[in-house]
Design a protein around this ligand. Sequence first.
Ligand code: IVH
Length: 672
Amino acid sequence: MNRADAHKRIAKLREEISRHDHLYYVLDLPEISDASYDRLLRELVSLEEEYPDLASPDSPTRRVGAPPRDDLPKVPHVKPMLSLESVTEESEAREFDRRAKKLLGTEEIVYAVEPKFDGLSVELIYEDGVLSRGATRGDGAVGEDVTPNIRTIRSVPLRLRGGGAPRTAAIRGEAIMPLEAFRGLNRWMTEREQPAFANPRNAAAGSLRQLDSRITAERPLAFYAYEIMAIEGLEAPATHSAELERLSSWGFLVDAHRGTCRTIDEAIAFHASLASKRDSLPFEIDGVVIQVDDKPARERIGMRSRSPRWAIAFKFEPRKEITTVEDIVVQVGRTGKLTPVALLRPVDVGGVTVSRATLHNAGEVAKKDIRVGDTVRIERAGDVIPAVVERIPRKGEKRRAAFRMPGACPVCGAGVAEEGAYHYCTGGPNCPMQLRRGIEHYASKGALDIDGLGAKTVAAMTEAGLVRSIADLYRLDEKALLGLEGFAEKSASNLVAALRAAKKVPLERFLYALGIRNVGEHVASLLAGRYGTLEAVMEATEEDLQTVHEIGPEVASSVSGFFAEKRTRALVAELRSLGVEVLPAPRRAGPRPLAGKTFVFTGTLEGLARDEAERLVKSLGGRAAASVSAKTTYVVAGAEAGSKLEKARSLGVAVLSEKDFMKLVEETSREA
Ligand code: IVH
């Protein structure tokens, strides 16, 4: 390809990729598979490598993060970033309405209403439609320049979509971390013995204010735009609602829960309706912003020193509360994981009575130094389990002894094993609590979904000794159930019928139901899609499991370890003999052009990170290994490759440069 062709192709690829980013991250309507997307991105990376002078700050290849910086430089905002006056009572919202009407000398005001996002405010500058700067709020007048970090947020357009861009535009909005991502991040942090974030807002701030934007790139942040602060070279919309439409047409994420209200009553009703949805939204919001929609009217109303008179934040009930720790108990989970839980003096947190809060693990308890009798701040985000955020020291308090993880399982007395940040009961299904939680899980919604087999019933059955393993469920008859509290003839026969009906079970549900550590519904469906039958999953080696897209060493090891256990195999055989039939899944093999080939990466790669390269190999059916042996197909050597390269040469293993490797990938994926 000559330079002119490359130039054209690069422009085309950038447009295509940014269109797919928008479809995926903003509209939630992806049009192509992840693999095809990766292919486009890889092609762009290699073209930009070949023609470095054609690189550009708005290229989607810039989203991967840049090398770390020494500090976050300070930058002044175009206009000060103000705050909103907060109100918590309906009467205060009405008072705001009265004042605004008086100031405007009218009875008719249209209000724009939208969620108040609980993240951190960010200002983005676009010059000729291209993102040139991103800054945090800082002190309101001067923020921190976090441009490389902002570029990694996929819902931030690197170039404004839809042509006719203004010469400059300052866009404001909120960077947030969705709840699911927050949970995942905290799990990840805890597993690596790093402190968990207290709430999604701290997680978003901590992720954005990184000196190393490659870290930000790994954190799933989102950006919701809510304001065009300044605009030059294009007429500014005359209302806030039109402004949000404009932002949306430029490719920004603008939340769908927004509207205009003709009266304050309507705005108050909007607040109530959003409050009722609050727990089911995928991100945290802490109120509703009510603002005069008409921009010229805003000018007439004016400002106070730090907040406008034309807007308020009508807050929801806070999700934080202060209470005392009455006890710290240790809970045993389905996989045997021991979780310290604080039993609290019951307290209302944002409309829900909270009497327990998780303390995650022994390390967290020690770090926060939480003891029985302490006063603590607790917090609840969305439907996430409430957590103890911090201890509030009291003057002159006499404190109890520090918490210690017990040396034996508090339920069955079996030994306790330490794995990473966590402690586990080693009793397996012999531990009544592991058995109970395991059966609850087996019968739960995403698993076998058995009606009439909830937590209470399971507790009664296991306590009565009626059920000592999952297999015993299928041995239950009406007579036995009638001996349990709460069962009548009808409910007993219903449960037996439900169990019988659930004997034919799709592979992915069965895999999930078994309660294998690290195997949730998603991983279960990946396994089912790849292997098709239970036998094939059971026989898969750890190495082979790792070749499944999205499955890493940790999950692979739990799965192969689980099926290697004698008791697992005995259980499966027993279930079969009782008539349980695991239905095969249609295989979603996908192209596997690198199947049977093993790659070892060594030295520094330039175009992509090592784990990206390894994922790429895996996604194409190949295997990525850590060390070189005679079985290695290729060693891919980057800059400053050392002993692995020597070993490859001595064993006669083929050595590829990074370029050769990319070429091989391109060629094989094209053929597939
Ligand atoms: S409008 C005059 N809209 O709330 C300020 N702010 O106290 C106009 N916030 O730090 C801001 N969601 O980051 C506006 N939909 C929304 C918002 C929002 C969250 C934050 C903003 C600011 C704080 C104002």
